[in-house]
Design a protein around this ligand. Sequence first.
Ligand SMILES: CC(C)(COP(=O)(O)OP(=O)(O)OC[C@H]1O[C@@H](n2cnc3c(N)ncnc32)[C@H](O)[C@@H]1OP(=O)(O)O)[C@@H](O)C(=O)NCCC(=O)NCCS
Length: 267
Amino acid sequence: MTTLHCDIDCESPLAPQAAPDGSLWWQAGALRLCFVGLADLLPRHLPQIDRRDFRRQPPIALDAAHPLGDILNPGEIDQVNRYKALKRQVEWIAGRLAVKKLVARWLRPDLPPSRIQVAHHPQGAPFLPCAPDTALSISHAGDYAVAGLELDRQRGLGLDIEAVKPRAVRAVLTTAFSATERRALPAAATPDAVFRRWCLKEAFLKYIGRGFHENLTRVEILDGAVRHHGQTVSDLTLQVARPFPRHILAVISGPRRSVDQSPASRV
Ligand SMILES: CC(C)(COP(=O)(O)OP(=O)(O)OC[C@H]1O[C@@H](n2cnc3c(N)ncnc32)[C@H](O)[C@@H]1OP(=O)(O)O)[C@@H](O)C(=O)NCCC(=O)NCCS
């Protein structure tokens, strides 16, 4: 297989299908995605939160008696309570719900939701103790969280969702893009064009399991392919889509790589 050069500026069609429980699903080949939207999550699971401008509200404290206790185990409830910002609490819960729904549907329908847990490698890459050979990736941004599984156990996965923020374009360009990437951008690059490349870059950082422990400019998105430390990475499948208005999703799959187990080290 060779690198699939994607036309970054031509988004793939990706229309998630809604399920009765409010989640949104998409699949292609061995890839399975589940999206959880905050507009559904908040009234359904956290009705005490005022949805208008909820990101400015104080954090919540969940106890085991909260209805989410049927889905989240005590350790996960503690994790929610440790976050200092309601925004982070809500997006983390949305991500965990997406993972649990995916796993219950495609991998372990025998497990109750509270027994489906996410663990992390030392540099932050998530994995499923109940299905450690299946690649998992998680992302949250704007109004959605998304979790993905790559059911082909020979393959790894990285995905990223971003809410396009025109005011963040300059910061993204200066902190995350190499000089070569900046030069390669069209003169009138739109915020969407910048965010598509940024999304692909983050998806690759997750695919290799290093996240921000890798130097951002050593991963370059050029000519619709990924270059890592100056070399084009072969055997990747790249996809960029707009599953919801204002939100861009990038998905990268490829041969499973061994996850770097070393602690944080910036190259
Ligand atoms: C992964 C990362 C690049 C994405 O950040 P982001 O855009 O802010 O957040 P997203 O919502 O898209 O992704 C968050 C998810 O990425 C996953 N993730 C974190 N580190 C990862 C890694 N090294 N490889 C793959 N996935 C990773 C986690 O599952 C996380 O979700 P969770 O906290 O609910 O489990 C970044 O958060 C990261 O590298 N974090 C870990 C390392 C770190 O904190 N470094 C600080 C500077 S050295």
